[in-house]
Design a protein around this ligand. Structure first.
Ligand SMILES: Cc1cc2nc3c(=O)[nH]c(=O)nc-3n(C[C@H](O)[C@H](O)[C@H](O)COP(=O)(O)OP(=O)(O)OC[C@H]3O[C@@H](n4cnc5c(N)ncnc54)[C@H](O)[C@@H]3O)c2cc1C
Length: 373
C-alpha cells in the first residue's frame, strides 16, 4: 500500500490552498486526489472577488475572519506570482455594492455599522462607507453610472482576481514545493484505523496517511457517510454571464458586475435552490442582465457571449466549516463558500491547524458541530 504523510481529497481552491500551506509547513509527502468532475467546477466558475465587505453580519467572528483574509491578500498574491510566474490579474481597486432605493441604502448603512463594531471588537478596522451616486461616478469616469443608482457601499481595500489563474498558481506552487497532484483521481472510501492512520481507497489504488483533509466540496458528504457524520452544507446555484470584450472602462468591481483586464464584463449574482443542477436559465440571465444595465447602461449595447452555472457549498450561517471528525482527530473537513476570498487564511491559518501546529482562536468557532442543536 502506498503511503503519504498528508492526503487531501479535492483539488479545488480550498484543497489546493490547504495542501500548499501544509507543504510549506514541512509536512513531508503531501498528495492531492482530485476527481475533477465537470459538474464540480466551483473553483473555476466563480466570480473572482477577494472581498470582506458585507460578510458576517450575523456572525462577528466570520466578519473578522473575512477582514483578516483581505488584509493578507496582496502579499499572498505577490508571493504566489513571484514563486510561480503566474499573473493572477489581481486588481486591488476596491469594490462596491449598489443601492437602487432608500431601503437598500439604509440596509447598507446598517450593515456598515454592525460590521464596523464586529471588527472593532477584535481590533480590526472595517474601512467601508457609503458614497452618493455622483461620488461613485467620479471614481469611474469612463463609464456612465445608471440614473437608478441612489448610492454605493464602497471600500478601497479589496479587489478581484482571475480565479482560473489563482487555482493554477496555487496548484503550481504546491507541486514546485514537492506536493503531488493526481487529477482525474477519485477517492471512493476512507477508513480510520486504530493507530490513528487513515486508509484511503481511490479508483486507482489504496493509500495510507497520517492526516487526511476532506475538501471535496459537494463530494464530501458521500465520503463521510460511513462515519455517520452529517456535514451541514447545502447546494446553492449561481449563474454567471460574460459579455464580449470592450475597452477597459470599469476598474472597480461591483458585487454583481465587474470588468476583467481583458475587457469582458462578468455579470451575475443569482442564488437558487436547484440541487446539483448547474445548468443556466433564461429568467436568471434576464434578471441579472437587467440589473447590470440599470447599473451601467453601456452594457445594453454589448453582446452576451457565454454563461455557466456553478453550485455553491453553502452553510446555514454562510461561514466556513473547518472541523475535525469527532473521534478521528487526524481527519479534517473543510467546506466553504467564499474560498477565493479566504484562500490566504487557508494557507496561513488552516494548514498549521491541520498539522496540530497551532490553532487560531477563531477556528473552533467554525466547527461543523455548531449546527447540532
Ligand atoms: C456563481 C458563484 C460565484 C462565486 N463567487 C465567488 C467570489 O467572487 N469570491 C469567492 O471568494 N468565492 C466565490 N464563490 C465561492 C467559491 O467558488 C467556492 O467557495 C470555492 O470554489 C469552493 O472551493 P472548494 O475547493 O471548497 O470546492 P470545489 O471547488 O467544489 O472543489 C472540490 C473538489 O473536490 C473534488 N472531489 C469531490 N469528490 C471527490 C472524491 N471523492 N475524490 C476526489 N476528488 C473529489 C471535486 O471534483 C472538486 O474538484 C462563488 C461561487 C459561485 C457558485
Amino acid at each position: 500500500m502506498a503511503s503519504a504523510d498528508v492526503i487531501i481529497i479535492g483539488g479545488g481552491i480550498s484543497g489546493a490552498a490547504a495542501a500548499l500551506g501544509v507543504v510549506e509547513e514541512g509536512a513531508g509527502k503531501v498528495v492531492i486526489f482530485d476527481e475533477q468532475l465537470p459538474s464540480q467546477r466551483l473553483s473555476r466558475g466563480n466570480f473572482g472577488l477577494t472581498w470582506y465587505m458585507c460578510k458576517g453580519a450575523n456572525n462577528p467572528v466570520y466578519a473578522a475572519w473575512c477582514r483578516m483574509a483581505t488584509q493578507q491578500w496582496p502579499e499572498f498574491a505577490r508571493k504566489l506570482e513571484e514563486e510561480t510566474g503566474y499573473d493572477l490579474e489581481l486588481e486591488w481597486t476596491g469594490g462596491a455594492i449598489q443601492a437602487f432605493d432608500e431601503d437598500q441604502y439604509k440596509a447598507h448603512e446598517q450593515s456598515i455599522a454592525t460590521l464596523k463594531s464586529a471588527c472593532g471588537e477584535v481590533g480590526l478596522d472595517y474601512p467601508v462607507n457609503m458614497l452618493s451616486r455622483q461620488e461613485f461616478a467620479d471614481m469611474v469616469p469612463d463609464i456612465e453610472v445608471g440614473e437608478d443608482v441612489l448610492g454605493m457601499m464602497y471600500t478601497a481595500d479589496q479587489g478581484h482576481v482571475n480565479p482560473l489563474k489563482l487555482l493554477a498558481a496555487v496548484r503550481c506552487a504546491f507541486q514546485q514545493k514537492g506536493g503531488v497532484y493526481h487529477g482525474g483521481h477519485s477517492v471512493t472510501s476512507i477508513s480510520p484505523k486504530q493507530d490513528g492512520s487513515v486508509t484511503v481507497k481511490t479508483s486507482r489504488g489504496t493509500y495510507s496517511c497520517g492526516k487526511l483533509v476532506i475538501a471535496a466540496g459537494h463530494g464530501s458528504q458521500r465520503l463521510l457517510n460511513p462515519l455517520k457524520i452529517k456535514l451541514h452544507v447545502y447546494p446553492q446555484r449561481g449563474q454567471l454571464m460574460v459579455t464580449e470584450r470592450y475597452k477597459r472602462v470599469l476598474k472597480i468591481p461591483v458585487l454583481c458586475t465587474r470588468q476583467t483586464p481583458d475587457g469582458t464584463f462578468l455579470i451575475g449574482l443569482s442564488t437558487e435552490d436547484a440541487a446539483l443542477d448547474s445548468s443556466v436559465t433564461l429568467p436568471a440571465m434576464k434578471n441579472q442582465a437587467s440589473n447590470a444595465v440599470r447599473l451601467f447602461p453601456l452594457l445594453r449595447k454589448l453582446n452576451w457571449v457565454r454563461s455557466w452555472g456553478a453550485i455553491r457549498v453553502m452553510t446555514p450561517d454562510g461561514a466556513p466549516i473547518y472541523s475535525r471528525v469527532p473521534d478521528h482527530p487526524n481527519i479534517t473537513v473543510l467546506a466553504l463558500h467564499s474560498a477565493v476570498s479566504l484562500a490566504p487564511l487557508t494557507v496561513s491559518k488552516i494548514a498549521p491547524w491541520i498539522l496540530d501546529k497551532g490553532e487560531s482562536s477563531q477556528i473552533a468557532h467554525f466547527s461543523n458541530e455548531r449546527f447540532h442543536v
